[in-house]
Design a protein around this ligand. Structure first.
Ligand SMILES: CC(C)(COP(=O)(O)OP(=O)(O)OC[C@H]1O[C@@H](n2cnc3c(N)ncnc32)[C@H](O)[C@@H]1OP(=O)(O)O)[C@@H](O)C(=O)NCCC(=O)NCCS
Length: 175
């Protein structure tokens, strides 16, 4: 199975809306619900990632089967970070190494081209322990629990972990 990793473009909107719908339908994954996946959400993160962050797509036979993105928050004080990192792989293609390939390429590009970025931040559900371990294997550090921050679609409270990765190539100079 040949996986092609490339930068996302604004031509990818329809494929990404469909991909995020497929992933959001399965509970316990991304925090956003299926109802919250729409053109506005996809265009918001693609535009932000193009302007001040990074978004990569994973393709198999020209079909987008995965995506990862993160971007710098608005406040000047946070110009050295990429936050709210989100990664999805289509349910039919999960557990086949695509997420790992996508994430490793993302971190490789940050180390090579994003020297002004020190921190990358994400949230992960505490009970999603295989994924917590996956992020730890990539170098993410558990920065703590945010007790009951999530009230999920079933009205159950959940506790996410805040995790961060530190860029060894950070040079302290912002663009
Ligand atoms: C999380 C996600 C992006 C991982 O992508 P993937 O292609 O399935 O992951 P990979 O096959 O590359 O596996 C990466 C690692 O996680 C582990 N892993 C992934 N899913 C797993 C599962 N359901 N159970 C056990 N281990 C799992 C793999 O064993 C692998 O470990 P390794 O590095 O020791 O080999 C994907 O499962 C997904 O889209 N899930 C739903 C959305 C989601 O949870 N996003 C993250 C929100 S924070």
């Amino acid at each position: 199975m040949d996986v092609n990793i490339r930068h996302t473009t604004d031509q990818d909107y329809p494929a990404l809306i469909s991909l995020y719908h497929e992933v959001a339908k399965i509970s316990g994954g991304i925090i956003r619900t299926d109802r919250e996946i729409d053109f506005d959400y996809i265009s918001m993160f693609i535009e932000n990632s193009m302007k001040k962050g990074l978004s990569l797509a994973a393709e198999i036979d020209n079909r987008v089967v995965g995506e990862i993105h993160a971007y710098t928050p608005e406040l000047y004080a946070f110009r050295h970070m990429l936050s709210d990192l989100t990664i999805v792989v289509h349910p039919e293609f999960q557990n086949q190494g695509i997420g790992k390939t996508l994430f490793m390429k993302f971190l490789e590009i940050v180390q090579k081209d994003f020297l002004h970025i020190l921190r990358i931040e994400l949230y992960v559900r505490e009970e999603n322990s295989p994924i917590v371990k996956f992020y730890e294997s990539l170098g993410f550090i558990n920065e703590g629990r945010q007790k009951n921050k999530i009230l999920n679609a079933l009205n159950e409270l959940e506790t996410p972990l805040h995790m961060a990765w530190f860029n060894p190539s950070f040079n302290g100079i912002s663009n």
